[in-house]
Ligand binder design. Structure first.
Ligand SMILES: [Mg+2]
Length: 258
């Protein structure tokens, strides 16, 4: 497995290892390798062909999609919402409304230098959700989007994959940053392997548009049957690899890296 993962990393450093395509590719190759080990012979050729096809698919799939991205501007979004009743809209937090890499960078240095172990530590999340966002930079595109939705009278929700903690100051910070009256409490959906935990809150809160930077945000929106709009992750985000914008055929907001 390590070999196949390394192979993909080498071929496409930006490949998202949580991308379904990526998983399918490496799982198929892994299975064939294991079968080959057991049986020997003919399978070696099949493995080679599969490797070549997978490499082309993973490596050039994103490039091909980039040419067909459905770019949208703030004006496009505003226009598409004309004559529509006020609605509930949802935003992811990290890299969508806040450039929160400083907090994550700090957490990594403090709790697990050199690896991502900090991301499963309660102590880190307690710090992150209770103050580290004072170092997060609000994204300009989010300011404009939130302004647009506020003017329309839409209700704004924030749904994050951050781990839930007993206390949090993120709701207050977002309300202050984006000037929100009576804000809904941030929904801390968390992460569970093999399950997208944002789908449920999107459905429960009858959200009609969901903005996010990660593939999982777009997947959640599409699974919930609502409109998904991709916000681009800044290239200097600590959350790597960068996702493949537009890979689900979703709309992508122009200039949304900042
Ligand atoms: Mg995010």
């Amino acid at each position: 497995m390590l070999f196949v993962l390394t192979l993909f990393r080498w071929i496409r450093p930006n490949a998202d290892i949580f991308d379904i395509k990526f998983f399918l590719c490496y799982r198929t190759i892994l299975n064939l390798f294991m079968a080959n080990k057991r049986e020997g012979g003919m399978l070696r050729k099949i493995v080679l062909v599969i490797v070549i096809i997978s490499v082309l698919w993973v490596n050039y799939g994103c490039v091909a999609q980039e040419q067909n991205i459905r770019w949208v501007t703030l004006k496009d979004i505003a226009k598409s919402l004309e004559n529509q009743q006020p609605m509930n809209v949802g935003f992811d937090i990290d890299d969508t409304v806040l450039f929160s890499s400083p907090g994550y960078y700090y957490g990594r240095q403090k709790y697990s230098p050199g690896n991502k172990g900090f991301a499963i530590m309660e102590e880190f999340w307690n710090e992150m959700n209770n103050g580290l966002d004072q170092f997060s930079i609000p994204k300009e595109c989010a300011r404009r989007l939130i302004e647009l939705h506020k003017k329309r009278g839409d209700s704004i929700y924030f749904i994050t994959a951050r781990t839930k903690t007993k206390t949090e100051s993120v709701t207050e910070l977002l309300a202050k940053t984006f000037d929100l009256e009576n804000p809904h409490k941030v929904i801390f959906a968390g992460i569970k392997l093999g399950e997208n935990l944002k789908i449920k809150p999107i459905k429960e809160n009858k959200i009609q548009i969901f903005y996010g930077d990660a593939d999982s945000d777009i997947e959640a929106a599409l699974e919930a049957g609502i409109r998904a709009i991709r916000i681009m992750r800044a290239v200097n985000s600590t959350n790597k690899p960068l996702p493949c914008n537009g890979s689900f055929g979703e709309e992508v907001l122009v200039n949304s890296e900042y």
